[in-house]
Design a protein around this ligand. Sequence first.
Ligand SMILES: O[C@H]1[C@H](O)[C@@H](O)[C@H](O)[C@@H](O)[C@H]1O
Ligand SMILES: [Fe+2]
Ligand SMILES: [Fe+2]
Length: 329
Amino acid sequence: MTILLEQPPAFGVELEEKNIPVDHDDDQENELVLEGGFAVPDTNSFGHTFRDYDIESERQRSVEEFYRTNHINQTYDFVEGMREEYGKLKRVEMSIWECCELLNEFIDESDPDLDEPQIEHLLQTAEAIRKDYPNEDWLHLTGLIHDLGKVLLHPTFGELPQWAVVGDTFPVGCAFDESIVHHKHFKENPDYNNTAYKSKYGVYSEGCGLDKVYMSWGHDDYMYLVAKENKSTLPSAGLFIIRYHSFYALHRADAYRHLMNEEDVENLKWLKIFNKYDLYSKSKVRIDVERVKPYYLSLIEKLSLGKGKEAVFGRQGGKCLTYIAMSRA
Ligand SMILES: O[C@H]1[C@H](O)[C@@H](O)[C@H](O)[C@@H](O)[C@H]1O
Ligand SMILES: [Fe+2]
Ligand SMILES: [Fe+2]
């Protein structure tokens, strides 16, 4: 697989060149449809603007309750324990597609924009990317698998509560940035007043690199661990996307940049591109799963097995792995 990563387009530039609206706050009125390209909608599947956590609605009330529990319970110690436990990857093996299908039964309670089964969201994201980046098959695959870590909700993977699986992520072990959604609920988090954790740097140091930073536990870090453990040869940008796609304080609000190193800065450019498709593809327009399935199966096959090509989920004992192995709690 050929992946050229040196010069990803600066965020917005390429999209604007393609006539796809970017996130200027005052740029909401038009829906520009580029022939064959991905059209960024004005509103989400509930008819509201995207990621508006303040409007009055039943859905928002439950989303806020989700974040209240999330912010109280995601402590440094909790994250450390989960990383250790789930890092063991006690081998439940299933194919990528089986894993996608497992997500068919779950709805993400943190999401103000979508209440469709998660398999829809995986395919909506991947298909939207495919429209604008037809040749970047690694990015299509990243789109397909980026949320697979949500299988943590499933009994086979420990049936974790939603607050430990979904929602935006943030660093623990240092001050919680004010840009984080429903920040006020951190006041009830035991780390909030802990002198070791409450300063700007906390237990970290300037430019230490995000890899050194403990993120709140959830589907991002879990899927990253799975991909890494399986010796995924996705490019560093793909792994970065999987690991930090819920870190909106970073990729939307530019917080925590002081913890980034140079590689993070490079990868962040791709994450910002990815976010567009992850977020704005959320809609009630259902994907015809059976229609697109052959493409994704061939992609999994190609990137995993193609002669002379790199395997996405690695090879073990000379045998190509099209399987991902995850941990059973
Ligand atoms: O509610 C959503 C959802 O859980 C996504 O999977 C996650 O990536 C987002 O950050 C979050 O806002
Ligand atoms: Fe996600
Ligand atoms: Fe997503």
